[in-house]
Ligand binder design. Structure first.
Ligand code: FAD
Length: 466
């Protein structure tokens, strides 16, 4: 039987990063993955393929709607070849997951393909082409998550689908109904809207992306309406029924009236659930919470002292970069180091266009915590860079402590917000004040000038270009 210092179950961004860091720190490491490709949800059916389709559909939309105003004329009709678009997405996925194979080899990590189940706290049975057993002093559970649904919805994976199927449709829906106005629903909704589908989003809460700052939700809502996405907030879905090629969604609106929406596809994107099926956690003494998450303490240690858990399978935001930080955290903990994660500084991003990104506290959270704060907001349309690319929508909002000027939150909607938010994370990690950021030179013309201007606005209402 092979023996390891560490065995990682699950090869998503949490698991594979944990394995690499363990190996870097000199531990003999194994990783177990039930699928034939490494990379987990993120690389196979999550972050990477969704961004590949967002990019392709964005190019198409630009060609159809915006090339002309840039003085680019394309003779003849511009058409989508969905099969080719999906194939390109798959080749991006294949290259990326292949990259993880390379990293595992480079770091001398043994890869096992098969379902990992605990035999006890130090032994894992791996059911693959054959069944084998390995022993590990420490084990990291990184089994991730799966799409959640509502009890009355039966996902048939053909017309009533999850994000996984939405990434490989064979035709462009005529009318895609998206249940859930969170990040995944909005991103995939926008992909198909750009490709020509009618898209209706049905959201239970009174705003889309309800976990983000209210200002971000409002701005995105306004922009998506301009893009002709239909957004129904405060709608409680009651039933989803398939009749042949038709899907009928019934929901109660704010007034309690029944609304019926008919489409040909329905994407159910109501969140994700921690995945522990087949893990046999109880055999190792690993406790789950009431919600089915693996229960961990502040060291990400489970109820079994040599077993840790990271990523989507534990509490917190279901994000790839959060899983990665936790992977490094556990590896360094096992090596006797004292790592730290500031969960307040894990950024959240929506990769629609324009993008939206957020870090730190929202205005709602600051109000609830009764923290006195000041706000500096700057519209993207006032930037030269935005005018040059015609990306005029959105804003950057800096929230700073009223007394100390320390930045407490940064929220933005706009072109390249996903990349721009990194500046806010760095600033907040070093506990910068709004004035600190406002005094740093930002290259001109860039979208990041909106951060400087918002910081200036928060400092003493000193924005220069508005
Ligand atoms: P996962 O990536 O889910 O990996 C878990 C792995 O464990 C899987 O490969 C699974 O097969 C394996 N496994 C499970 N049980 C066993 C077992 N018993 N034995 C062996 N193997 C097992 N996040 C972002 O940060 N940015 C994004 O842009 C983004 N976009 C997304 C888009 C979509 C459509 C979706 C669905 C998700 C997106 N996410 C995004 C979320 C992101 O994918 C997850 O947060 C991330 O993958 C979690 O990583 P993880 O390592 O915890 O688990």
């Amino acid at each position: 039987m092979s023996k390891y210092d560490v065995a990682v179950i699950g090869s998503g961004p949490g698991g594979y990063v944990a394995a690499i860091r363990c190996a870097q720190l000199g531990m003999k490491t194994a990783i177990i993955e039930k699928y034939s490709t490494l990379g987990g949800t993120c690389l196979n059916v999550g972050c990477i393929p969704s961004k590949a389709l967002l990019d392709s559909s964005h190019h198409y939309e630009d060609a159809v709607k915006h090339f002309e105003e840039h003085g680019i004329e394309i003779p003849g009709e511009i058409k989508v070849n969905l099969e080719k678009m999906i194939a390109r997405k798959q080749s991006v996925v294949d290259q990326t997951t292949g990259g993880i194979d390379f990293l595992m080899k480079k770091n001398n990590i043994d890869v096992y393909e098969g379902l990992g189940s605990f035999k006890d706290a130090t032994h894992i049975t791996i059911k693959g082409k054959e069944t084998i057993e390995i022993e590990a002093k420490n084990i990291i559970i990184a089994t991730g998550s799966k799409p959640a649904s509502l009890p009355f919805i039966s996902i048939d994976k053909e017309r009533i689908i999850t994000s996984t199927e939405a990434l490989k449709l064979k035709e462009i829906p005529k009318h895609l109904i998206v249940i859930g106005g969170g990040v995944i629903g909005l991103e995939l909704g926008q992909v198909y809207k750009r490709l020509g589908s009618e898209v209706t989003v049905v959201e239970y809460m009174d705003r889309i992306v309800p976990t983000m700052d209210k200002g971000v939700s409002k701005e995105l809502n306004k922009i998506f309406k301009k893009q002709k996405l239909k957004i129904n907030t405060s709608h409680k879905v009651k039933s989803v029924e398939r009749k042949g090629d038709e899907v009928i969604v019934k929901a109660d609106n704010k007034k309690g009236e029944e609304v019926e929406i008919k489409g040909d596809y329905c994407l159910v994107s109501v969140g994700r659930r921690a995945f522990t099926d087949g893990l046999n956690a109880e055999a190792a003494g690993v406790k789950l919470t009431d919600r089915g998450l693996v229960d961990v303490n502040e060291h990400l240690q489970t109820s079994a002292s040599n077993i840790y858990a990271i990523g989507d399978v534990i509490k917190g935001a279901m994000l790839a970069h959060k899983a990665e930080e936790e992977g490094v955290f556990v590896a360094e903990t096992l090596a006797g180091q004292k790592p730290h994660i500031d969960y307040n500084l894990i950024p959240g991003v929506v990769y629609t266009w324009p993008e939206a990104a957020s870090v730190g506290k929202t205005e709602e959270q600051l109000k609830e915590a009764k923290i006195e704060y000041k706000t500096g907001q700057f519209p993207m349309r006032a930037l030269g860079r935005s005018r040059a690319s015609m990306d005029l929508d959105g804003f950057v909002k800096v929230l700073a402590d009223k007394n100390t000027d320390e930045i407490l939150g940064v929220h933005m909607v706009g072109a390249r917000a996903a990349d721009m938010i990194a500046e806010a994370v760095v600033a907040m990690e070093y506990r910068a004040s709004a004035e600190d950021v406002s005094r740093m030179s930002h290259a001109h013309p860039t979208f990041t000038e909106a951060i400087k201007e918002a910081a200036l606005a928060a400092t003493d209402d000193r924005a220069l270009h508005i």
